[in-house]
Design a protein around this ligand. Structure first.
Ligand SMILES: C[S@@+](CC[C@H](N)C(=O)[O-])C[C@H]1O[C@@H](n2cnc3c(N)ncnc32)[C@H](O)[C@@H]1O
Length: 641
């Protein structure tokens, strides 16, 4: 980025059509199929249209929320009806065949193909029709001549026939020419990538850069027809990455990391969504009030709000408020927590049951701990831990304000668990992360995260996840679950960490998060292949779900003993302990098991700890591979000390 001007946020980009105010009522995320949002993206965007299906909310039969709409909107009923309808459509749309979908859910792709058939195709048929019509007129005219000259000589007859043949030949030639025209891509449609010393390439004018981004995306979406000469996809992508860094203000390392998570057009939607604030949301504290009562009190103060979506029974989205929402009497009385919608998700996935002992391993400032306490109805115990002592102050304050009576606040490095205390029914690890899902809240992430930071973070996350797993009692009557979450969208901090945990702790398996929206976790990413069960984990994106980027994975611990890796055990026998082996076994040998050998395997256990040296080697090997495949650089093997 050195030498590049800082992007003028909001200046040149004012023209960007995707710059919508997410706090306006109409932009309620789960009510707006993303196929619609995709249409306003600055660059031809097809990504995300599946999210209408993905965002299908769960049934909310317990709470009748019609009150909120009526009360909030007053005379605005028609608008609300409309939003409700869209929402229902999204839900229904998830189950019906594409052929039965209405236009909204067919998405841009279908709309475009419709357009196309009306476009060049229509023109082609139009000219055919004209030709035929013209020819018909000519024939009629000839018929008139013919009938008027019944007694004419053979010579005249020959002339007429010859004229007719000429006309037919001419029409055929014109038709052939017309066909060629519709099939040939105009040279001007191709995007000529500027040469190195080209004036346009040097331009840092954000409008020029934005136009170039749009052009390159257009080419990449139709590469075969629109590329210039022998230019490779990489030529276009490397220019695009530079332009995206310039336009959105990311460092090159992070830009590349994020760019490859999405198809090209969707990546632009993601970066664009990071420029727009997410909706303000609050969580009703059910230890003190109910959502209906809270909403009524806030409405009486002039606050404009709505339920956050059918997927949550406690969330409210605040559109605007004449009073600071973090200082109302209701807030001070602990009736709600100001909390991002995405951060409800890991607690919903954890699904704590009354009277359980739950550990929140990295808990400050306590949004999730206090939600756990509320779901426990102040029974059982929440151990709210955080390594940062300063941050535990706000954690304690929130616990008091919200009337939580079943919490113990502690200040340990999470990696010390279960040495501190273990045997929990459930553990939540909302891990420290890079924050790439919350760039709209903290733009400094764009530039302040280096490759080293990502390596350190993922190493810490791997250590913490093993500690979280080891802190759970697999024998818990009601639980035995671990939820891992981050507010980051990078694969290193999510699927990679979960995959590592599955390898190191074969006594856990992934289970459904129970969240019925969100994109599946990756089972493959670039050169990496992960365990197939990682598709059970869920990803959330700002451009798709209109909430912070988030990741949620849920494990079930099936044994307190960790089978020894190098044990000479028949794969069949190990299946109840190792999800990875379980899959292979089922595929290869029909999934039979013999409990005797499995029991023998667990008798000889080892505590698999985090092995920093082993990981360093793995990280280095993967970096070397990446450098070689992408940049052709071959690293020399590291000399041993
Ligand atoms: C994403 S935040 C947690 C947010 C919190 N769960 C909530 O909902 O309010 C991550 C937290 O991890 C804490 N942390 C960082 N390293 C840690 C470690 N080694 N052990 C425990 N906590 C740690 C940070 O202090 C930070 O508060």
């Amino acid at each position: 980025m050195a030498g590049r001007p800082a992007p003028k946020k909001g200046a040149n980009k004012a023209a960007s059509p995707a710059q919508t105010n997410n706090n306006k009522r109409k932009s309620n995320p789960s009510k707006e199929p993303s196929s619609k949002k995709a249409k306003v993206a600055p660059v031809a965007a097809k990504g995300g249209k599946k999210s209408a299906k993905a965002a299908a909310p769960q049934d909310d039969s317990e709470d009748d929320e019609s009150w909120a709409y009526g009360a909030v909107s007053g005379s605005d009923d028609s608008e609300i009806e409309e939003m409700d309808d869209e929402f229902v459509s999204a839900e229904e749309g998830s189950d019906i065949e594409v052929g039965a979908l209405n236009d909204d859910f067919l998405g841009d792709e279908f709309a475009e193909s419709d357009e196309e058939s009306k476009g060049p195709g229509a023109a082609m048929f139009g000219s055919d029709d004209e030709d035929e019509e013209g020819q018909g007129e000519e024939e009629d005219e000839e018929d008139i001549f013919a009938s008027n000259s019944e007694d004419d000589s053979d010579e005249d007859d020959m002339e007429a026939k010859s004229r007719k043949l000429d006309a037919a030949a001419q029409a055929e030639a014109e038709e052939a020419e017309a066909e060629m025209q519709t099939n040939i891509m105009l040279e001007s449609d191709k995007y000529v990538l500027p040469g190195d010393d080209h004036e346009i390439l040097q331009s840092t004018d954000l409008q020029v850069v934005q136009a170039r981004i749009q052009e390159i995306v257009r080419v990449l979406n139709n590469f075969r027809d629109m590329r210039e000469g022998n230019r490779s996809r990489n030529d276009y992508i490397s220019q695009l990455l530079k332009d995206l860094c310039l336009y959105y203000g990311y460092n090159e390392y992070l830009m590349e990391k994020l760019f490859y998570i999405f198809p090209v057009s969707e990546a632009i939607e993601f970066f664009e969504a990071n420029e727009v604030p997410r909706p303000v949301t609050i969580r009703t504290n059910t230890l003190k009030t109910r959502r209906r009562e809270l909403a009524q009190s806030l409405i009486n103060r002039g606050v404009n709000l709505d339920p956050v979506g059918k997927w949550s029974k406690v969330g409210l989205q605040v559109f605007d408020s004449p009073v600071p929402i973090g200082a109302t009497p209701e807030y001070l009385a602990g009736h709600y927590m100001l909390q991002a919608a995405s951060s409800f998700l890991p607690v919903m996935a954890l699904a704590p049951q009354e009277h359980e002992r739950v550990l929140d391993m990295a808990s400050a400032p306590g949004g999730k701990s206090t939600y756990i306490a509320a779901l426990l109805k102040n029974t059982g115990m929440v151990f709210a831990n955080d390594a940062n002592k300063d941050r535990t102050k706000s954690l304690v304050a929130n616990i008091h304000r919200l009337g939580v009576k079943n919490a113990v606040v502690c200040n340990y490095d999470g990696r010390e668990f279960p040495g501190v205390i273990g045997g929990f029914d459930r553990v939540l690890l909302d891990a420290p992360c890079s924050g790439t899902g919350v760039i709209s809240k903290d733009a400094s992430v764009k530039t302040n995260k280096s490759e080293q930071d990502f390596q350190m973070l993922s190493q810490l996350q791997k250590q913490l996840i093993l500690a979280a797993i080891d802190s759970v009692d697999a024998g818990s009557k009601t639980g035995g679950y671990i939820v891992y979450s981050t507010c980051s969208v990078t694969v290193d901090e999510n699927e990679d960490v979960v995959n590592y945990a599955l390898k190191k702790r074969p006594n856990v398996k992934l289970v459904s998060t129970g969240l019925d929206f969100g994109k599946e976790g990756f089972t493959r990413f670039r050169e990496k292949v992960f365990h197939p069960s990682i598709s059970l984990t869920r990803r959330y994106y700002p451009h798709m779900h209109n909430m912070d980027g988030f990741y949620v994975a849920k494990f079930k611990k099936v044994s307190n003993k960790i089978p020894k890796k190098e044990d000479n055990v028949d794969l069949d026998e190990e299946e109840e302990f190792t999800p990875i082996v379980e899959e292979a076994t089922k595929r290869n040998r029909g999934g039979k098991k013999s409990p005797g050998a499995a029991a023998k395997a667990v008798e000889e256990v080892e505590q698999i700890g985090f092995n920093a040296n082993e990981d360093e080697e793995l990280i280095r090997a993967s970096q070397a591979k990446l450098l070689q495949t992408q940049k052709g650089i071959k690293l020399r093997p590291k000399k041993s000390a």
